[in-house]
Write a protein that binds this ligand. Structure first.
Ligand SMILES: *[C@@H]1O[C@H](CO)[C@@H](O)[C@H](O)[C@H]1NC(C)=O
Ligand SMILES: *[C@@H]1O[C@H](CO)[C@@H](O)[C@H](O)[C@H]1NC(C)=O
Ligand SMILES: [Zn+2]
Length: 341
């Protein structure tokens, strides 16, 4: 490795530590090289890449697959099931799927995406490859490839746990409005805001939702040339660490092609998505959605044939390292909230 990239790597890991945990306890270990396990990724994706409109058989299969896979990976799994009336279909049963490692921890890093696919009356075969089958496979592949590290870490830590959330019912059944969209995340945010769990803070049991340090939401990933901008000032340092990890991996020859995905700049806008109900509950959000949206978005072409593998591989590598570093560098609660309760 040339000394210039070594220096860059050292500087960026120092910057990351400083930004995330403060200037204390600085140590600059070189990160281990995590293998991709792409055959796991492919297997996982093929299990998810079926039409999975809420209430359909494919939906039930994918829901069960997520629960089983999380449980096989050592996550404590949980479902948040509820009935709700929706346009066109009437009463539907929704199921958010949650997996947790170290559920007793004070705080959580939460990684999320939606697993339902959109209903198109004229396209019953719509599989939503980028929306959001690939994001679901990325979360599971991250958990799989970091599994031995995570399991060892979380045997003995009280500061942090890892939560994976697969939201149901993100898609509108008719036209996207505040009430016809993000059914699952609205239900889950309300539920977590009403319950109090975990170790007490200042003599009070915290609201469960306040134990989430940051909700990372992945959406619309898998098309060529994705660009991810920073949507929220309070999580900009985290976004910037993704920019730096990408630079670090690229300069050490570990990425394919030369598209810079993570832009060190504010998005200058809001994209409505599953994070909205959590944002409204003061949860810090890292929204990893490609903007502009993929060309295939909400068309029959959002399928396996149009996935761009170099982008998927690069995203997996960058994201894996991001999660690893968050866990490794975490020592005490990270409070990025816009306002204090
Ligand atoms: C995963 O699937 C893609 C697309 O079919 C293929 O190009 C790649 O070689 C596969 N990877 C493995 C390890 O099978
Ligand atoms: C786990 O943590 C406890 C208390 O901090 C410590 O005494 C013990 O040595 C740790 N065990 C391992 C395996 O790290
Ligand atoms: Zn969609």
């Amino acid at each position: 490795m040339p000394s210039k990239s070594l220096l860059l790597l050292l500087l960026s890991s120092l910057l990351f530590i400083w930004l995330i945990v403060g200037a204390d306890s600085v140590q600059s270990n070189l990160q281990p090289h995590w293998s991709d396990d792409e055959s796991h990724f492919n297997r996982t994706l093929s299990n998810i890449l079926v039409p999975r409109v809420v209430g359909s058989q494919g939906h039930q299969q994918v829901r069960n697959y997520l629960i089983q896979t999380l449980s096989d990976l050592g996550f404590k799994t949980d479902v948040d099931e509820f009935k709700q009336r929706v346009p066109i279909f009437g009463d539907l049963t929704f199921t958010n799927v949650l997996g947790c490692i170290n559920p007793q921890a004070k705080n959580f890093l939460a990684l999320s995406c939606h697993y339902d696919s959109k209903y198109f009356p004229n396209d019953p075969g719509f599989v939503g490859a980028t929306d959001s089958a690939v994001p679901c496979a990325i979360l599971l592949n991250t958990a799989k490839t970091l599994n031995s590290y995570l399991t060892a870490q979380f045997q003995n830590r009280t500061d942090l746990g890892l939560m994976l959330i697969f939201f149901d019912g993100e898609e509108a059944f008719k036209d996207w409005t505040n009430s016809d969209s993000v059914y699952g995340s609205r239900h889950l945010a309300t539920k977590l805001a009403r319950s109090r769990t975990g170790p007490s803070v200042g003599g009070q049991t915290p609201r469960t939702i306040d134990r989430i340090e940051v909700l990372v939401l992945l959406d619309l990933i898998g098309a060529p040339n994705p660009k991810f901008s920073s949507f929220y000032e309070n999580t900009h340092a985290l976004h910037r660490s993704l920019v730096e990890i990408e630079q670090r991996l690229r300069s050490s020859g570990q990425l394919e092609g030369n598209n810079n995905m993570f832009l060190n700049r504010p998005s200058g806008g809001f994209v409505d998505d599953d994070h909205r109900p959590f944002l409204e509950e003061n949860v810090p959000i890292l929204h990893l959605i490609a903007t502009p949206f993929p060309d295939v978005w909400h068309t029959p072409r959002d399928n396996a044939a149009n996935l761009h593998w170099p982008s998927i591989r690069n995203f997996n590598r960058i994201f894996r390292l991001f999660v690893y570093e968050y866990v490794r560098l975490h020592k005490q609660p990270v409070n990025l909230r816009y306002y204090r309760a």
